[in-house]
Design a protein around this ligand. Structure first.
Ligand SMILES: [Zn+2]
Length: 81
């Protein structure tokens, strides 16, 4: 399965940070993924495999979507007025 995420995305993980927050900004992608805790701003590195095992939801606009259902920015339905 291919997960879609990029630098700047906000995600949740299976377990939150010890500070109590479970929102992470993706700072770097590649073989290793750098995340910044949105609570205390500490940065952590995960291998891509670890990250893809632990990541749960992604913030799209103001909605949290399960990352396995997220197809990337281009494929989200347009908002209709
Ligand atoms: Zn934290």
């Amino acid at each position: 399965m291919i997960l879609h995420y990029e630098v700047g995305d906000i995600v949740t993980l299976k377990k939150g940070h010890p500070c109590g927050e479970n929102k992470w900004e993706i700072m770097r992608t590649g073989v290793d993924i750098k995340l910044r805790c949105q609570g205390c701003h500490r940065q952590i590195w995960l291998t891509r495999m670890e990250f893809e095992k632990r990541v749960r939801r992604i913030l799209v606009g103001d909605k949290w979507i399960s990352i396995i259902h997220y197809k990337g920015k281009e494929e989200q339905p347009e908002d209709k007025e």
